[in-house]
Design a protein. Sequence first.
Length: 499
Amino acid sequence: MEELNQLILQRREKLLKLQEMGINPYPYEFSRTHSSADILADFEKLQEKEVAVAGRIMSNRLMGKAAFFHIQDMPGKIQIYLKKDEVGEKTFEVYKLLDMGDIVGVNGKVFKTHTGEITIYCQKLELLSKSLRPLPIVKEKVEEGKKIVYDPFSDKELRYRQRYVDLLVNPEVREVFIKRTRIISAMRQFLNQYDFLEVQTPILQPLYGGAAARPFVTHHNALDMKLYLRIADELYLKRLIVGGFDGVYEFGNDFRNEGIDRFHNPEFTQMELYVAYKDYHWMMEFTEQLISRAAQEVLKTTRIKYQGQEIDLAPPWRRLPLFEGIKKFTGRDLAGLDENKLRREAENLGVSVEDSWGGGKIIDEIFGEFVESKLIQPTFITDYPLEMSPLAKKHRQNPQLVERFEPIIAGKEIGNAFSELNDPIDQRERFEGQMELRAKGDEEAQVLDEDFIRALEHGMPPTAGLGIGIDRLVMLLTDSPSIRDVIFFPHMRPEQSNL
């Protein structure tokens, strides 16, 4: 800590010296003509041409009256050669007061050094931002054609807390987030091809619904009312189907007051889609196409590797009914069992259950314990028990089930979909059943939404709905082991004060 304070003090002293020289260490703008990637890609055209680049100093080698240093911009790095005789004494003195991490603008000519490195011969140097806090020094060396990194900025907790530093010194992290944006863009393009309308629904809601989860609660002072951060977009999006739209989707952040682990963050991104006159069979085929197309667009392949596992996202994906999956991996047939028998089966399987849980939640726990992690290749788990899905239509062959599927890849579900329930009388009964579970202590059971039922009473056409967890999909397509690796600023425990 003392060493860090000393380094910060030294940088502040340099800042004062620069200001005494009449240098503004934080100017307003700089006109760039090229990025590092532009110059490296078009060297033949740009050789001996003047360019203007800007970036952060990431290496520094002073040699008497000359210097080599690298600057890093968003796409990469490029070397700068600076000579006192070319830039003048004052600019050279400014350069000597610069540190790793400072942001500079460079005007100069493109050339190639005798070692073959594309470089800019600096004719003008401008300080754009003085860095007062040192960056971690990450050293790289190429040995036998392989890049070896020394002293990496690799402390996971520090990287998540200081994502700005993580992005600066770990280029592969920037690439993950660039791919994240491209994945979302590819999905949007695919959805727009079908003329679906992208919409926005309320984040602050007087009632929360659309999922089994505990909400975050807040208060609106002017209206003196309790509000909830949404846990899902579903009920508002289906109101729009009632309103006459044939297809609507939303990329939005949802909030659930639950634990934090590799696959869960209290704030997460979800894409929800609702299409009139379709059912869950249609939505399964659509989901295969949506995800495989996104992979093809961003990665140029549907064959990926996730945490050492080879996975093929190309359609068609396997369809596996829930109870068949449980029987396959546990040897037990749970179909049609009442709650008491399900509790005994869970006990025999060594699965602990809570008194407040209904039969549906017990089945879900058994599935999660014995089946989910075994499903590596893309699989649609279909046909869930009625109690587990209060917003889904009853199965047309078995009224004890609903027409629902979850796409599971690499042992984790990445979405949820239904043939949507549009019978307002049935929907009210389902909500009332959920309220009974709440009365027994299930805090995640859904609440009765009178306005949503009123909307259904106006008539909603047959509808298929889909939700995709964007963070989990990005994890999959970037081979990232934790949800924190694909969220810029994941939630963390409060930082211990060093003061």
